[in-house]
Structures are given as structure tokens and as C-alpha cells.
Design a protein around this ligand. Structure first.
Ligand SMILES: CCC/C=C/C(=O)SCCNC(=O)CCNC(=O)[C@H](O)C(C)(C)COP(=O)([O-])OP(=O)([O-])OC[C@H]1O[C@@H](n2cnc3c(N)ncnc32)[C@H](O)[C@@H]1OP(=O)([O-])[O-]
Ligand SMILES: Cc1cc2nc3c(=O)[nH]c(=O)nc-3n(C[C@H](O)[C@H](O)[C@H](O)COP(=O)(O)OP(=O)(O)OC[C@H]3O[C@@H](n4cnc5c(N)ncnc54)[C@H](O)[C@@H]3O)c2cc1C
Length: 696
């Protein structure tokens, strides 16, 4: 059923005159959405093509959307009304459906990845694709890859990554699952020796996976060599029943992501062949000799975590930009409160407070999108170097990917919820798309390394850099600015007018000053706690962790902003963008710098780098930049290039027809399947129906 957007004539004649004025003033959201696009000062399609690496890629996405919309397994109409079991089965059907389409239509891997993100239906294959295959690729020998990867690619086996246990997630060296080499049979015996050693959390392990990458402590001839990776079959391929000695199941409902069957697993002296240990780096020979990984790659078994953290950084911009798209488009068509009776009500996006929240969030989404691309480039160049046996960039990559994983997911998770709250009551509807987006995103702050713990890994690197600075050693890489800061410990902010704060040079100088101060402070606190001895472990480290995390956050915030500036300047100087989109991106960069600095307003002043007046100028500049960007708000969401099918949001639809979409969605609620509702017979009728009540 379709209702008119404005009150019809008959209604207007019925209502009293005062009310009539308000009703007549109501605007049409579809007109508002169209009018917004006319305000734009740049070509949003050009920017969209740039962000998606070409018009042809965008067109291809449209074709893939059509393909998905024609399939029952990727229909999203009922997505918000599913039971846990339906979600689990549906998530798998979608993943398998995409895989079959790829095979049947001979689609490329890139098409498959795009289809997965368009359909976005997390399920039992997430870890097969996201960690099982990458671990075999990264840590398996060529022979092991040849054995396992074809089976993985044909979905003849399904795997997951089983590292975390009931008792240990963060402290990987504390894992209790063991893999003991038996020289007589040339097998490993994998075993869970305690309740705490039960594997807990691996995605898809509950009811889907047939195999796991098991992270277990390797024992050879009684010696403990710490966590190593093994491929272990847990279910029979013909019956899907657990193999002997394997106890496995689903861990139960979670805050979100319920299509994924996260699982538990306990092993009772299960025997696996020697070649089940992934031996690209560390090896155990037939006769039971342990060959360690190369000295500069002692953490080879942790490499999958570095890869996945890089992909998490990449995805953060994607998720935040979806939320910003929904909230901004809705704020542009939602009207609330007329300043004068009889005047049209204001678009919510024209309220200063809403703009001041949504547009900085937009700038953060763009910054994360660019960061994600750079992070993956960094990972791929490490991967090529690793193939040549060169691990020299790993410490820097680990420090950056850990800190960026933490900061980007903090920004994205907080940002999605902020965006949802800007949508008022309708943002609380699943049909808005925002609650599901938040609930299925927020675990990114925890998995693959809790964010506090990840900041502390970056801090470990920073503290070593701080010690190097103190001893006069030259620094390279992302912490190089610490040497410059040490040479000018009393540098002061040079901003004199509000617009000075737009200059990348002023912004970077201020962010570097904050990061350098917080690093120096953390180093001093750590040294004091350690009785003057520098160290990156133990009680002194623990009692300094608040300062360490602040320092790491500031270091990564600087890195994120610097990357945004460099990417936009490179695109502009290489003429990948024309003047219009380049100018708007520069405004976003400026706003991102200002918003990031405002997050650190206290730190800017605490040690006298900036004055209160300079911070006031910064705040004023944020207002100016937000107002300058306001006409482009909706066009900037268009440049993210999300098809309506992908967003699956009544509020974020491109055409602005939000109220009709909400009503249509409500009508598909299973509670509306009958007029009287499912509680009528068992509960309500005995109470309400006089005849039934008389029978009580
Ligand atoms: C799709 C997603 C689904 C989710 C899946 C999951 O969650 S799966 C489960 C995901 N689970 C998690 O993410 C668990 C999170 N926990 C961990 O990653 C680790 O246990 C830890 C990093 C917290 C500490 O580890 P530790 O106590 O062994 O280490 P330490 O602090 O004593 O440092 C020793 C040295 O190692 C270095 N180094 C460390 N890591 C790496 C690395 N990846 N690479 C390279 N290097 C690394 C470190 O810099 C240091 O170097 P230095 O200074 O000596 O030259
Ligand atoms: C949805 C979801 C899916 C997951 N999927 C998988 C999977 O597929 N495979 C898998 O193996 N694992 C998986 N995990 C597990 C995940 O990797 C861990 O939960 C994560 O690494 C955090 O570890 P933890 O749960 O032990 O937290 P804990 O370490 O118990 O953390 C609790 C608190 O202690 C703090 N803390 C802990 N250690 C330190 C420290 N050294 N210094 C300072 N603070 C500290 C943390 O910051 C946190 O605040 C998943 C988790 C979730 C939520």
C-alpha cells in the first residue's frame, strides 16, 4: 500500500484551522532528497569513480546487485525478522550461493568479494575465507598449500581459526592446548588438558567447520616451543558428525553477528599426521628435531593476525561510511520543528548541532577509507618482501597495524552509534539498518586483539623509539617525528587566525607535538615505575599502561591524519581528481585535522603547546568548515557509492522515500501475518473475549 506524502484534501478540510497550517507546511522527503543533490558543488559520481578505482568497477557493482536481487538466498526483505536458526542457515546459503554463482558464471575473485560485501550476510564461512585460507597461504609450505587450498576453494572442506580458549584470548603464550610430537608414530597428539583450554569463539566452528587451524603449544621431546599452527579435522566429511575424541558445538546467542556459529572445541588425545603442522617457518623433522623460524621472524605463527588486523583497518571506513550515509541522508529529509508557525519545518541536517556531529563523522569516514587502502598496500608490500625472506618491516608493520586496528575500530564503532542516535526514534528500528550495523561491527574492538592490548603493542614500539631518541640513535619510520620533537622540546603552536588551523603544516605540527609529549610522558612514567630502568614488560609496564595507551593513540591519530593528507594531495597532484572533488576532499581533510585536534584539546594546552585562545580558534574553525561542507553533505554520501540494496535501510535510501519504506518494512513483520496476532489464542482471548472468560 502506498500512502500520499502530504495530507489529502479531504483531511485538510476536516482538521481545525491551526492544525491545517502545520499540515500544509509538511514537505516531501523525496523532493528534499532531490533538492540536496542540486546543492552540491562537485561531481559526486567522479569522486565515487575515484574511490572505487574507476567507473567500470561501479558499473560492475550495479550488475552484481541485479544478479543478487534475482536470487532467493540474497533477498534482504526479511533480513531483520529472522530467528537465530534462520540467520545461521541464511548466512551459509548466501555464502554458498555466491560461491556457486562464481563457479557457474565464471566470475572473478574480485566479483565474489564485491558480492559478499553487497549481500553482507555474515555466516559460517567467514573464518574459512578470512583466516583459514590466509593462514595456510601464509604459513603452509608449497606442498601443504597444494594439498589444502584446492579442497578449500572447492568447499570440499570448511575451516576456521581456533586460537582463543575459555581461559585465554589476549595472552597467546598462555594457551593450554597442546600438540605433543610422538616420534614412534610420527604423529602429533593434540589435546585439551583443562576446562580453561577449551577452544572458545572461533567463527563457524560450532556447526559448520570440518577443519580448524589449531593454535597449540608444541612439545617435542618434552620441550615446550610455544604456540604453533596445525590443521586438524574435527568432523566426518560424510556425516558431519564430530570425529572420535572431538567435542564441538555452538557457544550460543551473542550481542550480534548471530548468523555466525562461533564454537567451542575440546580435544581428547586426537592424533594428527606430522604434516598437519604448518611448516613454512618452524618445522619438526620426522625424527623429532625442532627447527625454529628464522631469527627475525620468531612471531611467524602470529602472521595471520597481522593480516587480519590490516583487513580490519580496511573495513572500518567501509562500515563507518555506511552509517554516515544512512544518518546524513535521513537528516536531509527528516523535518522537525518549524521556527515559526506556518513556516516549513527545518531539515534536521540544518540544525547546527546535528551538522557539527555528522560532518566531522563524515570526515572520519573518508580518512578511514583512505587509511584502509594504504594499510592493505603496506601489508602487500610486506608479503612480497616476506616471500624473499625479508622480514625487516615486520616490527613497524605490527606496531602500525595493531594501533590502527585499535583506533580505526574505536572511531568506527563509536561513530556508528553516534550516527544512529542522530536519527532519533527511527534509528532504533532495525529497519534503519543502524542497530544491526553496530551490533555486527562492535566486536571488531575486541576480536583479533582487544583494543587496549593493541594500543599497548604500539606503545611497546614507541617506548623503544623513545629510548633510541634518548640515546641519540637516529629514527626511521612512523616514529621519526620523535627525533625532531626532541630537538625542539619547547616548540609552540604558531596559529594566529582561525583559518591557520586549516593548514596541514599547522595541524601536523600540533598532532606531532601532542604525540611526542605523550610519548615522553609515558616513557618518564615507565622509567620512574621501573626504578630508572627502561623496560617494556612487568609491573612497571602495567602501572604505566594508561599513559602508554594515550601515547599510542596520539601517535596513531597523527599517522591517520598524515595519511589522509598525503593520499588527497597525491590524488590531486597526479590529476586523478578534477578541481571540484579535490577541493571538497581538502575541506574534509581540514575538518578531520580540526576534529582530531579537538579530541586532544586538553593535551594541546596541558604542556603549553597551545593557548586557550588558540583552542578557541580551533573550535571556531570547525564550525566554519562544517558550514562550508553542509551543501555537499548528501553528495558526499553518494560518492561512497552504496546501492540501496547494500545498505538495506529504510532511512538511508537514495530517493529519500523514508516513511513509505518504514511502513513497507513494518508490514512484513511476522507479527502482522494475522490481524489478531499470535498471542490472541493462548493469552489474550481468555482474558478479553467475554465468552472465553466465562469458561475460565
Ligand atoms: C575475521 C576476524 C575474526 C576474529 C578472529 C580472532 O579474533 S582470532 C584470535 C585473535 N587473537 C588475538 O589477536 C590475540 C591478541 N594477543 C596477541 O596478539 C599477543 O598475545 C600479544 C601481542 C598481546 C602479546 O604476545 P606476546 O606475549 O607473545 O608478545 P610480547 O608482547 O611479549 O611481544 C614479543 C615480541 O613479539 C612481537 N609481536 C607480538 N605480536 C606480533 C605479531 N602479530 N607480529 C609480529 N610481531 C609481533 C612484539 O612486538 C615483541 O617484539 P619485541 O618488542 O620483543 O621486538
Ligand atoms: C565475535 C567474536 C569472534 C571471535 N572469533 C574468534 C575466532 O574466530 N578465533 C579465535 O581464536 N578467537 C576469536 N575471538 C576471540 C578474540 O580474539 C578474543 O576475545 C580477543 O582477542 C580478546 O581476548 P579475551 O577475550 O581473552 O579478552 P581478555 O584478555 O580477557 O580481556 C579482558 C580485559 O582485560 C584487558 N587486558 C587483557 N590483557 C591485558 C594486558 N596484557 N594489558 C592490559 N590489559 C589487558 C583487556 O583490555 C580487556 O579490557 C572472537 C571474539 C569475538 C567477540
Amino acid at each position: 500500500m502506498s500512502l500520499p506524502q502530504r495530507p489529502d484534501e479531504a483531511t485538510r478540510r476536516l482538521v481545525d484551522p491551526a492544525c491545517r497550517v502545520t499540515l500544509a507546511g509538511a514537505a516531501n522527503p523525496v523532493d528534499d532528497a532531490a533538492a540536496e543533490r542540486l546543492k552540491a558543488t562537485f561531481d559526486s559520481e567522479e569522486l565515487a569513480a575515484f574511490l572505487h578505482d574507476g567507473v567500470d568497477k561501479l558499473q560492475r557493482r550495479e550488475e552484481l546487485v541485479k544478479l543478487l536481487q534475482s536470487q532467493p538466498w540474497s533477498d534482504k526483505t526479511h533480513r531483520y525478522f529472522l530467528t537465530r536458526e534462520q540467520e545461521y542457515v541464511g548466512g551459509l546459503e548466501a555464502a554458498v550461493g555466491i560461491w556457486q554463482q562464481m563457479r557457474g558464471e565464471r566470475l572473478s575473485m574480485e566479483d565474489g568479494i564485491t558480492m559478499r560485501s553487497l549481500a553482507y550476510f555474515p555466516g559460517g564461512l567467514e573464518l574459512h575465507i578470512g583466516m583459514f585460507i590466509p593462514t595456510i597461504l601464509g604459513q603452509g609450505t608449497p606442498e601443504q598449500q597444494a594439498k589444502w587450498l584446492p579442497l578449500c576453494n572447492r568447499l570440499q572442506i570448511i575451516g576456521t581459526y581456533a586460537q582463543t580458549e575459555l581461559g585465554h584470548g589476549t595472552f597467546v603464550r598462555g594457551l593450554q592446548t597442546v600438540a605433543v610430537y610422538d616420534e614412534a608414530s610420527k604423529e602429533f597428539v593434540v589435546h585439551s588438558p583443562s576446562l580453561e583450554s577449551t577452544k572458545w569463539w572461533p567463527g563457524g566452528m560450532g556447526k559448520t567447520a570440518t577443519h580448524v587451524i589449531l593454535m597449540a603449544r608444541l612439545f617435542v621431546k618434552g620441550k615446550d616451543y610455544g604456540p604453533h599452527s596445525f590443521v586438524v579435522q574435527i568432523r566426518d566429511l560424510a556425516t558431519h558428525l564430530p570425529l572420535a575424541g572431538v567435542s564441538v558445538g555452538d557457544i550460543g546467542p551473542k550481542m550480534g553477528f548471530n548468523g555466525v556459529d562461533n564454537g567451542y572445541l575440546s580435544l581428547d588425545h586426537v592424533r594428527i599426521p606430522r604434516d598437519a603442522m604448518l611448516m613454512r617457518f618452524a618445522q619438526v623433522t620426522e625424527e623429532g628435531r625442532y627447527i625454529p623460524p628464522p631469527p627475525d621472524n620468531q612471531k611467524a605463527a602470529y602472521a595471520t593476525m597481522v593480516y587480519v588486523r590490516a583487513t580490519i583497518v580496511r573495513d572500518s571506513g567501509d562500515f563507518l561510511s555506511r552509517a554516515v550515509t544512512i544518518a546524513t541522508r535521513y537528516a536531509a529529509v527528516r523535518r522537525q520543528t518549524a521556527t515559526k508557525l506556518g513556516e516549513p519545518e527545518l531539515q534536521v541536517l540544518d540544525y547546527d548541532n546535528v551538522q557539527q556531529i555528522l560532518l566531522p563523522l563524515m570526515s572520519r569516514a573518508y580518512a578511514l577509507v583512505f587509511m584502509g587502502r594504504s594499510m592493505m598496500d603496506m601489508y602487500h608490500s610486506f608479503d612480497s618482501a616476506r616471500a624473499r625472506g625479508d622480514f625487516s618491516v615486520l616490527p613497524e608493520l605490527h606496531a602500525l597495524s595493531s594501533g590502527l586496528k585499535a583506533l580505526s575500530t574505536d572511531i568506527a564503532a563509536t561513530g556508528i552509534e553516534t550516527a544512529r542516535r542522530q536519527c532519533g526514534g527511527h534509528g532504533y528500528m532495525l529497519a534503519s539498518g543502524l542497530p544491526t550495523l553496530f551490533n555486527s561491527y562492535v566486536q571488531n574492538c575486541t576480536w583479533e586483539g582487544d583494543n587496549n592490548v593493541m594500543y599497548l603493542q604500539t606503545a611497546r614500539y614507541l617506548m623503544k623509539a623513545a629510548i633510541a631518541v634518548q640515546t641519540g640513535k637516529p629514527l626511521t619510520g612512523s616514529a621519526k617525528y620523535l627525533s625532531d620533537a626532541a630537538r625542539q622540546p619547547n616548540a609552540k603552536c604558531q596559529v594566529a587566525a582561525p583559518e591557520d588551523w586549516r593548514a596541514p603544516a599547522h595541524q601536523l605540527a600540533a598532532l606531532a607535538a601532542v604525540a611526542a609529549q605523550l610519548t615522553a610522558q609515558a616513557a618518564a612514567v615507565l622509567a620512574r615505575a621501573g626504578g630508572g630502568r627502561p623496560g617494556v614488560e612487568g609491573e612497571a609496564w602495567n602501572s604505566s599502561s594508561v599513559d602508554l595507551i594515550r601515547a599510542a593513540r596520539a601517535h596513531i591519530a597523527l599517522y591517520l591524519h598524515q595519511n589522509f593528507i598525503e593520499c588527497v594531495e597525491a590524488a590531486s597532484s597526479q590529476r586523478k581528481l578534477s578541481a571540484g572533488p579535490a577541493a571538497v576532499l581538502r575541506q574534509l581533510v581540514a575538518l578531520h585535522g580540526v576534529a582530531t585536534l579537538l579530541d586532544a584539546a586538553g593535551d594541546l594546552q596541558e604542556r603549553g603547546y597551545a593557548t586557550g585562545r588558540q583552542v578557541a580558534l580551533l573550535r571556531g574553525e570547525q564550525r566554519t568548515l562544517v558550514r562550508a561542507l553542509r551543501p555537499n553533505a548528501v553528495a558526499l554520501t553518494d560518492s561512497f557509492g552504496y546501492p540501496d540494496y547494500m545498505l538495506n535501510s529504510a532511512l538511508g535510501r537514495r530517493d529519500g522515500n523514508v516513511y513509505q519504506a518504514l511502513l513497507d518494512s513494518a508490514k512484513s513483520s511476522p507479527l502482522n501475518a494475522t490481524q489478531e496476532g499470535p498471542a490472541w489464542k493462548p493469552v489474550l482471548e481468555p482474558l478479553l473475549n467475554p465468552q472465553a472468560r466465562s469458561r475460565l
